[in-house]
Design a protein. Structure first.
Length: 439
């Protein structure tokens, strides 16, 4: 329903014609449209839409279209989705597809003048209202990537509600890329395969001490203690993750073999450990802190030990990277994606030897699609734990991330690092064939 009241039918028709003209001009170079747009009066663009569009964008008020063109970033368009000024039929990532197209759009002065003439004919009086939500956007204080500010950022994201995450994660609540050997595994199987893949890469042995930096709800430390007999320590900055992980450890009867502590990686004061792992925490470190991060890992690891670092990398030159205001404000405040080359260089400068690097990009795309599917299927249950806007934030965020992994904008890497002995030895076999043998 439109919030704008037009004085007469002629005025309404003029606005619709201007909107159609705007769409014609903006998407002239897009190629054959594989999507559709439906305006507030029910009219569809293009006049002959594809029989089965990838997605359909619905503009429920003219001002949403006007604001979409005014802003180069993603915040205006994403907030219009959160306010329900804009909605999507089909793949919600369609919003991100359009945002990227608009950000790359370059018009001649003549076309730009025509677009501006049409744009000015869209009403500017249906101004966007503030996004109403029970949970306000992130507002952090203090120095970026200080321990206190990182604690605020982690609390904002992960202390949302463990029950909410449980509605769409696997039964172990592993909040990172799954591992799909055939691409046909269900989510529970894929996440268990990922935990085993990591354990095999680390060559875990009974009695070894394992440190998990950023352990989430404890899925990996519990798995490694159960299946490989290690003594596992996990650390997290999230009070809710810490509480649930401890509960799950007690339920599994593993109090003598694993523990989760509420602390920052910079506060570690015990060790050394035989093996280290960090999965999905790397994105919170920040490029300026990479040297400190790897130096701390080096101090915590025994000579001859292995460190598996699993993190997301953005595939674009730094000058072309698009900082997502939407993600920073509503999802991952202070999150930072580091180029894989920069990360490996920082690891080497700390003294590590790079043993293996594996890309799991298609695995993360599939994981995200599975998460979105479960979130949408369990909408009623999810809304018992969060408000409608938060539900829409996660649906949009994960759909957009899936699109970026599918198209190669994002990648995720597992880097296996070694702290060589004084003699220069790394305790890994000559062949990696054992990693891919059936257990």
């Amino acid at each position: 329903m439109s919030a704008v009241q037009f004085t007469d039918r002629q005025a309404r028709d003029q606005v619709v014609r201007a909107a159609v003209g705007v769409l014609d001009e903006v998407f002239r170079d897009y190629g054959p449209p594989d999507f559709a747009v439906r305006l507030w009066d029910g009219q569809t663009w293009p006049a002959s839409p594809p029989r089965e569009p990838r997605f359909t964008i619905l503009f429920h008020r003219p001002g949403a279209l006007r604001r979409m063109l005014r802003s180069r970033g993603d915040l205006q368009l994403c907030e219009a989705f959160l306010r329900r000024d804009v909605s999507v039929e089909g793949d919600v990532a369609g919003l991100i597809v359009l945002r990227d197209y608009l950000e790359d759009l370059r018009l001649t002065p003549r076309r730009l003048a025509r677009l501006a003439w049409l744009w000015l004919r869209l009403p500017g009086d249906d101004r966007a209202q503030p996004v109403a939500t029970v949970r306000p956007p992130a507002r952090l204080s203090g120095q970026r990537h200080s321990i206190d500010r990182d604690r605020q950022a982690i609390t904002f994201h992960y202390d949302l509600s463990s029950e909410f995450y449980a509605t769409w994660l696997d039964r172990r609540m592993v909040y990172s890329c799954g591992y799909f050997p055939t691409g046909k595994e269900d989510l529970d199987t894929a996440q268990e395969r990922k935990l085993d893949h990591i354990s095999r890469k680390l060559r875990l042995q009974a009695g070894e001490r394992l440190l998990d930096i950023g352990c989430g709800w404890g899925g990996l430390v519990i798995y490694a203690a159960e299946r490989y007999g290690v003594q596992a320590v996990g650390i997290t900055l999230s009070p809710r993750q810490h509480a649930l992980a401890q509960t799950r450890i007690r339920a599994a009867g593993l109090q003598d073999r694993c523990v989760v502590e509420l602390r920052d990686y910079r506060e570690l004061d015990h060790g050394p450990f035989d093996k280290l792992v960090s999965v999905g925490m790397f994105e919170h470190v920040g490029e300026e802190q990479l040297g400190l991060y790897f130096a701390q890992a080096w101090r915590c690891l025994k000579p001859g030990g292995l460190f598996l670092n699993h993190g997301i990398s953005e595939h674009a030159p730094k000058r072309h990277r698009r900082r997502s205001e939407f993600v920073q404000r509503y999802v991952f405040p202070d999150g930072e994606l580091c180029d894989i080359g920069v990360a490996l260089r920082a690891a080497e400068l700390a003294g590590f030897e790079v043993i293996d690097v594996e890309s799991l990009r298609p695995h993360y795309a599939l994981t995200l699609r599975r998460w979105v599917g479960r979130l949408e299927a369990n909408r009623a249950e999810a809304l018992r734990h969060v408000d409608e806007l938060t539900f829409r934030v996660w649906r949009l965020y994960m759909s957009g991330a899936a699109y970026y992994f599918e198209t190669g904008r994002l990648n995720v890497y597992q880097a296996l690092l070694s702290k060589p002995t004084a003699e220069g030895r790394s305790h890994v076999p000559w062949s990696r064939a054992d990693l891919y043998l059936e257990a």
